[in-house]
Design a protein around this ligand. Structure first.
Ligand code: GLY
Ligand code: MN
Ligand code: MN
Length: 425
């Protein structure tokens, strides 16, 4: 509210989504609304009044014994105000009437324009209603801004409270990966392994997977967003699992790659060691002396040298970087912010930097990001056959600290020796 100045912010939560007929998808609140309220019920709206006398106002569903018998507990406005500490709370049925009063004569409106067409219509309807009252002396906000811009800056820096939830989310996902690695054997189906880590997510209290899980055996790992997860796992193939959970709204995001039969061999081993070396080099750059892109640059440096050494790329490190030949095997970036959303809020560059080439954000304590280099080798004439269909990614979640970084997902096995040992017994 301090960053808003004079004005009104309207932040609706996410709508419920129907799966088919009267069955819904599991409900997930809007991340901005949840960040500002901690309130998880659908059909809720937060209104923030900025200026000299700031105020937080919640609109939520009424208590309703009939609905509560069918669907479960609802706070209702009075209990929500009391327990969540809003200044005021009203029934969601009063939204039109109360918002019209609050919005009148405000200089600015903050809203996430374009996020949801129904809310866009409702908000422009309120503005038009006020315009219709112009002759009674009511003024209408003529400055409509995106509330997300302000909140993104806050979401980027995780508070100690958020860091602790992310630590727990990461720990659950790490033990889920260990469970899956230990369980996987030749001739299983990809989905059988998926069932193992999902079991661990739910058993440890996570509410959902944080995104669609990737369980990709052999060549499937070279499809970056593969998620059919329905193929048989063959001895001699690698298995790439990209899976994380959501705990109390916060995502973890881990990738591990390991041999289905428990032993890295030949080219698989060479490429795994290369990707691991690039990931460790990238993690070493996660500290407050560096900007956002430093880990990516470090990973690329190691990968490109490795591609040359393995004869996957030709030329010097500089020329392969310059001409982009490495993109045949490494076509994504090395990470993203992580938080309430798996690809979390926050700018990666400073908007107003003078030099557009070099305006990556400085890393600062409280930021959380993934570090996830990989290598994906599809069959091609310019590639020795021993490398065909190897797809490897190694992904950890990292918190920037005062003196370096904390790898939140360090409990998931990663070295060749640790993976092979876990698969032995
Ligand atoms: N699992 C999504 C990502 O790694 O970005
Ligand atoms: Mn990721
Ligand atoms: Mn991932």
């Amino acid at each position: 509210m301090a960053s808003m100045g004079e004005g009104l912010a309207i932040v609706p939560t996410a709508p419920e989504a129907i799966r088919n007929r009267d069955s819904h998808y599991p409900y997930r609140f809007d991340s901005y609304f949840y960040y500002l309220t901690g309130f998880k019920e659908p059909e809720s709206v937060l209104v923030l009044l900025g200026g000299a006398q700031p105020k937080t106002i919640l609109f939520c569903r009424d208590k309703d014994m009939e609905r509560e018998i069918w669907d479960g507990f609802r706070y209702g406005a009075d209990a929500a105000k009391e327990q969540f500490g809003f200044d005021e709370a009203y029934s969601i049925n009063q939204l039109d009437a109360v918002v019209l009063k609050l919005l009148a004569n405000q200089p600015k409106l903050y809203f996430s324009l374009g996020e949801n067409a129904i809310w866009d219509g409702r908000v422009t309807g309120w503005l038009n209603s006020l315009r219709n009252q112009a002759r009674t002396g009511v003024s209408v906000p003529d400055d409509v801004r995106d509330i997300r811009k302000l909140v993104d800056e806050m979401r980027l820096y995780k508070s100690p409270f958020e860091q602790e939830i992310m630590r727990q989310s990461a720990n659950i996902a790490a033990s889920a990966h260990n469970r899956a690695i230990h369980f996987a054997k030749p001739n299983m189906m990809e989905y059988e392994v998926e069932a193992e880590f999902l079991h661990e997510f739910y058993r440890k209290g996570a509410q959902a997977p944080a995104y669609t899980s990737i369980v990709a055996g052999g060549a499937n790992a070279c499809t970056l967003h593969y998620n059919a997860n329905n193929c048989v796992l063959k001895a001699g193939d690698l298995l790439l699992i990209d899976a994380g959970c959501e705990l109390d709204g916060y995502a973890s995001d881990i990738t591990r790659t390991f041999p289905v039969n428990g032993k890295f061999i030949g080219a698989q081993k060479d490429v795994y060691e290369l990707v691991l070396a690039s990931q460790l080099a990238a993690i070493a750059k996660v500290n407050t002396s560096n900007h956002w892109n430093a880990p990516h640059e470090a990973a690329l440096d190691v990968l490109i040298q490795g591609f040359i050494d393995l004869k996957l790329c030709k030329g010097s490190k500089e020329s392969v970087l310059e001409n982009g030949d490495y993109r045949q095997f490494y076509m994504h970036r090395t990470g993203h912010w992580l938080g309430l959303d798996v690809h979390d809020a926050g700018e990666y560059k400073y908007a107003k930097a003078k030099n557009q080439q070099d305006n990556w954000r400085a890393l600062q304590p409280g930021m959380t990001l993934t570090v996830e280099p990989g290598c994906y080798i599809r069959p091609a004439d310019n590639v020795p056959e021993a490398f065909w269909n190897i797809g490897i990614r190694i992904e950890d979640d990292v918190l920037v600290t005062q003196h370096g970084c904390e790898v939140l997902t360090s409990n998931a096995v990663k070295s060749i020796a640790d993976i092979e040992a876990l698969m032995q017994y």
